[in-house]
Write a protein of this length. Sequence first.
Length: 483
Amino acid sequence: MAKQNLTLLTDFYELTMMQGYYNNQNNETVIFDVFYRENPCGSGYAICAGLEQVIDYIKNLRFSEDDIEYLRSLNIFNEGFLSYLKGFHFSGDIYAVLEGTVVFPMEPIVKVIAPIMEAQLVETALLNIINHQSLIATKASRVVYAAGGQPVMEFGLRRAQGPDAGTLGARAAVIGGCIGTSNVLSAKLYDMPALGTHAHSWIMSFDDELSAFRKYAELYPQNTTLLVDTYDTLRSGVPNAIKVFEELREIGKMPAKYGIRLDSGDLAYLSKKARKMLDTAGFPGASITASSDLDEYLIDSLKTQGAKIDSWGVGTKLITSRDCPSFGGVYKLSAIYRDGKFIPKIKLSENQWKITNPGNKKIFRIYEKESGKVKADLIALADEEYTNDKPLLLFDPIATWKKTYLEPDSYTIRDLLVPIFLSGECVYTSPSVMDIRDYCAKELDTLWDEAKRLINPHIVYVDLSVNLYRMKTELLDSFVLNK
């Protein structure tokens, strides 16, 4: 969570490599890119999240005396290197895509430009932070999309993989579109709405269900949502909830918000029956909230079945992203600064998707001018500039015969990478989580519906500029010719 010293939150080999660079007197400035190769959860996009925690991590990078003593005790690191670590601080540049931005595979969502010892150390923590929150934000956005504009509440803390995953996962879920969280600590830390009703144990602690409902309504008169499935939803829970609502109406104390929650059983059938019962009793304004192991697919199915559900509490399958438990972001060297310029570097693989894009890069997002929708992303070299008063040719870097020609003034263009740290100093201030949530909603509106569908979504193209494509091709050819 925020403002912790996480300097030792790193893989051991980062430190052994750092010592290797130190002993070889190699601390050249390098560029590393954070990117991912495949959208999570079968999605057509991902949501970038976690930048605020990256900023806190970088600001607090320092080796304490206790850290140094621990590393000394391992009998691996020499005194010269340990002395260097005592004065360690981050002095480089970081550029990043802002939280809440829609992103796509292979594009650098974080770019680190720093001496290689510094750039090497931060790899693990950056990936840990960005991978986790981007995964949960993406999953949340899919759940919210399935809900079709109905409110979604994040209810997953008790099933998260530990306190940090639950707390930061709730933050990411709200960025992805949830209206709030049941996690009180996360709500406090990140100024988000804290939400919830009551458990079955509340009902069971009373002699009867009706008494439990009456007392709850008395305690929380502004928002009375009653959990109706403790004993028998349709023969006991809903009738008792209706009786309480009738009593409140008779004395002129109807809550501003009121309704029932279903947490088990056939949610489609029960919600339809409950809706009829509530309406017949004169309570068409009573909302029906559903929970119970929901995800985007079940919500979509329930809505297809005509379920009469107004809001959704989503827990386990959201906070753990059960169907896709990892994001898959990687951190790869793309350039080394020598003789006054960046020398591009490339990683080769038998798998074409594991071949990296070399050089110092930026990302341009290209929108259709008329619709405002994303047309494609263009990865270009850092010194390239594009304006919409000129024609633009886009082509698939793998299937190069697939080309799109954009006429001048038919598109708009935006540079996605923003400076976060320059020469070790933070130059960016993170917005509030709720402001990031609003920004994310606007970002999602720039996608065509076909790119947001849950199954077999349209793929948004991520293309390379001509100059970057030529650089990559020349590097690939040089390895073939030198074999």
